[in-house]
Ligand binder design. Structure first.
Ligand SMILES: [Zn+2]
Length: 443
């Protein structure tokens, strides 16, 4: 692709990054983003649009046939920028520098809104008509686990009577073999096919309260501390290598040098052991793959420094593994907490999502299109520890996949919810090509 075209994409995309559509922002902010979008893609803007909830949108591009609808998802909202001083370039500056476009939402995930929208717009201009109906679903509250994707799925199935055969949303990613030529023989990527469950649980320790001048033993915070220490020291959750993780290692092994293949292919066999002996950061990742995880994130006690709280609490964020869901996990926690005279209150809780069908035509099609666009790329299914809008589409589609189709470096991936989020000018342009392929080859 000519540099002029890549630069054009970068400049247009930068305009989208200048609109601070932080989750929950005023409607006027989202309206501003929409104005920019329709200006970038005027022909796409002429397609019929539906608004299932607040600023979320479904855009319908009618195809020649209607029996195998395709859904392309992405979200318009972004997480807050945190401390602006941490950024090399302003988070909403839309600065193009060092061959990158910088700003909150560059990777997560305005690039997917831009890529799908611009691809469609260009194809419309070329006179192309898709073989099947295509729906673009752009939510507005993904970062808040909000309801827009629920509303979109409901609107699609109940109002528009659509049963998608394939859904593509953000999630997994890929890396080029270039920086890892010592190990890799091809690019390698992962496609998210299942999400872990999620819960916020409050642990409450009560007492008679009282003045701090003559304190008794075992006050609420001490009991909570003992409980938290117990949870930190013991592996109370079941450890299991799921079939999709075995599949992941077998598939990924095809991307590494032949001499390394047996090691990677069999890595899952030693995973439970490895999770005990590896460095802390890696262990945390592995554990997240193998079992339910739980971390304490909030706490509250008395409102005065000289009052012993009559109730203190800590809150834990839990990610249920598919093998140990909410019922079993909560029972286990209740039992342990009761030993410290702690009650539990479940604020919200959901089990792991179903597993998308990796044997389906849609999965194969996605793999093929990634290969067509990016060259030799080995793709493997994997389990996502975070949440995406995609899980709501699983209610109406058995092949709802999570894959961000842009060549993003590991460092750029890590900047997603942190400082200096950015995407390469080349990567953005290649992403548009991916979407053009994905739309035009779909039957
Ligand atoms: Zn996202």
């Amino acid at each position: 692709m000519a540099d002029a075209k890549k630069d054009y994409y970068a400049r247009q995309f930068a305009r989208m990054l200048r609109v601070p559509t932080v989750t929950g922002a005023d409607k006027s902010v989202f309206d501003e983003l929409h104005d920019v979008m329709w200006d970038i893609a005027p022909d796409f803007a002429k397609l019929p649009r539906f608004y299932p909830r607040n600023n979320s949108m479904i855009i319908k591009w009618e195809g020649k046939n209607h029996d195998r609808p395709l859904v392309l998802m992405a979200h318009q909202d972004v997480v807050p920028e945190e401390d602006e001083k941490g950024w090399k370039y302003p988070p909403y500056g839309g600065v193009i520098a060092e061959d990158k476009i910088w700003g909150r939402g560059a990777v997560d995930c305005k690039c997917m809104v831009f890529g799908s929208m611009v691809a469609a717009d260009e194809l419309i201009k070329e006179g192309f008509v898709p073989e099947q109906d295509i729906y673009f679903c752009y939510g507005d509250d993904e970062e808040n686990s909000g309801g827009s994707a629920i509303a979109e799925a409901k609107y699609l199935s109940e109002t528009l009577n659509v049963k998608p055969v394939l859904v593509l949303d953000e999630g997994g990613g890929m890396t080029s073999k270039k920086p890892f030529e010592k190990y890799l023989v091809s690019n390698v990527g992962v496609i998210g096919v299942q999400e872990k469950g999620f819960a916020d649980v409050r642990f409450i320790a009560r007492s008679k309260g009282g003045h701090s001048s003559a304190p008794p033993k075992n006050t609420p915070f001490i009991r909570l501390a003992k409980f938290m220490l117990y949870m930190e020291k013991h592996n109370v959750f079941d450890v299991q290598v799921l079939p999709i993780l075995k599949e992941m290692f077998i598939d990924v092994s095809k991307a590494v040098k032949p001499s390394l293949r047996p090691i990677v292919r069999n890595a899952y066999r030693i995973m439970p052991l490895a999770s005990k002996i590896l460095p802390a950061q890696l262990t945390a990742q592995l554990k997240a793959f193998l079992s339910t995880t739980m971390v304490f994130t909030m706490a509250e006690g008395s409102h005065a420094s000289n009052n012993i709280p009559d109730a203190a609490w800590v809150l834990a964020n839990i990610r249920y593994s598919p093998q140990e869901g909410k019922e079993k996990t909560l029972k286990k926690l209740e039992k342990i907490a009761s030993k410290y005279k702690i009650e539990i209150e479940v604020l919200n809780s959901r089990d792991a999502s179903p597993v998308a069908d990796t044997k389906s035509e849609g999965y194969k099609y996605t793999v093929d299109t990634i290969n067509k666009t990016y060259g030799d790329t080995v793709l493997a299914p994997y389990l996502i520890a975070g949440g995406t809008d995609c899980r709501y589409m699983q209610a109406i589609c058995k092949t709802a996949l999570r894959f961000t189709p842009f060549l993003v470096t590991l460092e750029e991936m890590g900047a997603c919810h942190g400082y200096n989020e950015r995407i390469g000018v080349d990567a953005l342009a290649e992403g548009v090509v991916f979407y053009k392929n994905f739309i035009s080859d779909f039957r």
